[in-house]
Ligand binder design. Structure first.
Ligand code: COA
Length: 382
């Protein structure tokens, strides 16, 4: 297997982008990534998207995006793994370059979610339709059940859930591309509209339009291009039962733990080696459980971890410096690549006001559904 580098990243601003179509979003992100890398051709393209058919009535995204970036005879593949579609597209592109099949690969993700009234219905199609969605158990409801169980089993508090949102909104306020750039308090979270008890609207990631892309090439070819390379040293993917009721313990996210263990093993790293992380905080409880599964805290101690300040921008292990899904926004197919873009910027020292102190190793964890799929990548400065 060849060593692979990320040599360029780019993304659109995230938010309600009424004036931009799904192809505009992907192409804008792709052109920014190509420009950042300093390349003018790609050998293949991947696009992660969860549900473009339900959101904007558009399928066949591989060919569409290849056509609209002006490189339309290349192989082009759409990848779907619910909200982990972007992370999985990144992994597929990584494997294509590592295998020697292609040299320069564009990996991206996109979602245009605000054009329809009922985004909740489209999102719920990534849960178990027959056993969950059909009975009204949408994602806010499923994560509310996880939160209640975690509070009951480990004593996680309402305030600790809110602290995740407060931290991520504080970081998002420093990110010019974030959907919400508004610092908030614990009280604001607790007084915001209830969505599914104990989760209020400020515990939830929003509905978002956006695109993100990255350019990959073999590490030994990276010096030919202008983009400052960052090496991919670990990639892990895993799945779990799609429905919560089939799991032994709904306070755990086994696919996250397995994807992380596989990435750590491949990279030869352990949790204490990670200097900065982007994780899938689709709901505040998700960040708490994920930090446990990644080994940043013991099981059941994700709440005390956020309360300690260790995951803050100036903490021991800053988590979601971009603002996370909560504040930066969550255009589902794009999220996994946007996480990679943040880690690349942090490792290059290009994260502006949210730059952490001299990070060497970063981790990006992207999750599908209520934890039925998870992809973890570990990146290192060259
Ligand atoms: N965080 C902060 N503010 C939010 C928000 C969020 N998650 N969602 C909406 N808002 C704001 C809007 O910007 C709007 O503000 P404005 O009045 O100043 O314009 C206001 O709240 C109402 O927005 P609206 O779109 O009417 O909210 P909604 O009730 O339709 O949707 C949720 C709110 C929480 C139901 C929706 O954001 C949601 O479904 N989130 C979860 C998405 C999800 O499940 N993703 C997949 C994860 S696995």
């Amino acid at each position: 297997m060849r060593e692979v580098a990320v040599i360029g990243v780019g993304n659109t601003p995230f938010g309600e982008l009424w004036e931009k179509s799904i192809r505009d979003l992907y192409v804008e992100a792709a052109l920014k990534a190509l420009d950042d890398a300093g390349v003018d051709r790609v050998d293949a393209l991947y696009v992660g998207a969860m549900s473009s058919g339900m959101f904007v009535d558009q399928e066949h995204l591989g060919a569409l995006m290849a056509d609209y970036i002006g490189n339309y005879h290349i192989p082009a593949v759409r990848v779907e793994s619910a909200c982990a579609s972007g992370g999985l597209a990144f992994r597929q592109g990584y494997m294509e370059v590592a295998s020697g099949m292609s040299d320069i690969v564009l990996v991206g993700g996109v979602e245009k979610m605000t054009d329809i009234e009922d985004a909740t219905f489209a999102l719920a199609s990534a849960a178990d339709q027959d056993n969950e969605s059909y009975f009204g158990a949408t994602f806010p409801a499923l994560y509310a059940m996880i939160a209640r169980a975690h509070m009951h089993k480990y004593g996680t508090t309402r305030d600790q859930l809110a602290m995740v949102s407060v931290k991520n909104h504080k970081n998002g306020a420093l990110n010019p591309d974030a959907q919400f750039r508004l610092p908030i308090t614990i009280e604001t979270v607790k007084k915001s509209m209830i969505v599914a008890d104990p989760l209020n609207i400020l515990d939830c990631s929003p509905v978002t339009d956006g695109g993100a892309c990255a350019i990959l090439c073999p590490l030994d070819m990276a010096s030919k291009f202008k983009g400052k390379p960052v090496k991919i040293i670990g990639s892990g993917a895993a799945t779990d039962s799609i429905a919560l009721h089939s799991r032994e313990d709904i306070t755990a996210l086994k696919a996250v733990r397995l994807s992380a263990e596989r990435a750590y093993q491949m990279a030869g790293k352990k949790p204490s080696d990670i200097d900065v992380a982007e994780v899938h905080d689709c709901f505040t409880i998700a960040e708490i459980v994920i930090t446990e599964e990644l080994g940043f805290a013991e099981r059941g101690k994700g709440g005390p971890l956020v309360e300690s300040g260790k995951t803050a921008l100036d903490g021991e292990i800053p988590v979601n410096t971009s603002g996370g899904l909560k504040a930066k926004g969550h255009p589902v197919g794009a999220t996994g690549i946007a996480q990679i873009a943040e880690i690349v910027r942090q490792l290059r020292g290009e994260a502006g006001k949210r730059q952490v102190n001299n990070p060497k190793v970063g981790l990006a964890q992207n999750m599908g559904g209520s934890g039925a799929s998870s992809i973890t990548h570990i990146l290192e400065v060259v």
